[in-house]
Design a protein around this ligand. Sequence first.
Ligand code: TXA
Ligand code: MG
Length: 325
Amino acid sequence: MTAANILSATSENIVTAARLVNEGKLVAFPTETVYGLGADATNDEAVASVFSAKARPTFNPLIIHFKDMDAAARAVTFNERAERLAGAIWPGSLTLVLPRRPECEISLLAAAGLDSLAVRVPGDDVALTLLREAGCPLTAPSANRSGDVSPTTAAHVAESLGDAVEVILDGGPSRVGIESAIVDLTDETTVVLRPGAVAMKNIEALAGPVASACAAPCAGPPASGRKASFAARHYTTGLPLRLNVAEAQLGEAFLAFGPDAREGDAAHMLNLSPAGDFREAAANLFSMLHELDSPEYYSIAVMPIPEDGLGRAINDRLRRVAGHS
Ligand code: TXA
Ligand code: MG
């Protein structure tokens, strides 16, 4: 375990952390629920580093943290239920899933290409100061490697992530200690995707009746909500996707990977990473899929991507988009 990168959360150290975030680096920071792994949410490469630091096998969409409700309202559209919930509970332990605005600046990779976004204003002074100093929204999945439990102290973060994170801001033990409740408000029905630190009855009092997406009993681990929410809707292209294709056919768009890519008969080729770098490929994945998903072409052919490191996550998302899983 390394403790060298733990800094106590003084004003000076928060400014240092904010500067690192602006340089595209990863910074773990305290929130009132659990410690989060922060990166500039508008920076595709930084967001790709979040997935690689956590060694997440899939691009599970991340919660985006904002300094206040106005900042969140620039990224997503609030309806009346969302305004009531956020007005009463933010800053606090409630995450709202809302439709992404067309002009939203958040990385498509952060939300795994979905047209909704999970947003929260955390109820912790260190987190809020960091958000204000950085001047950008931050990703904040729990600051642990995939499979480890959520960290509630800086030492937990260091044990789990070690050097994968540039700096860990130490704000003492998390006040709440369990993750935020996640409520999906993207359509008429209010759905609790993950029970959490805010009680269901408080949510109902503000937003009316709620449905639960959790497998019974709903008090189970966060993973139940995670699976339900993640599997329920995912990004699909309008065009069919052909995976593991070495060369595109006439009129196809071609999503290539690595130095051996050949444009051949493709109508248009984009390379996820000419150098064969997974982090760069992950950062480009969703924006390139969007760009190639055009009626000018009849399908999108995708070159094979090795099942290795972030390559596994990229393949998982490609299979979902293609409707294979
Ligand atoms: O308390 C918390 O929420 C902590 C602290 C650090 O803020 N963060 C946290 O993030 O628990 P994470 O990444 O471990 O959990 C994110 C959850 C996942 O279950 C994911 O599937 C869901 O949020 N999620 C994110 N975006 C979504 C979306 N657009 N639609 C549905 N679910 C979404
Ligand atoms: Mg987590």
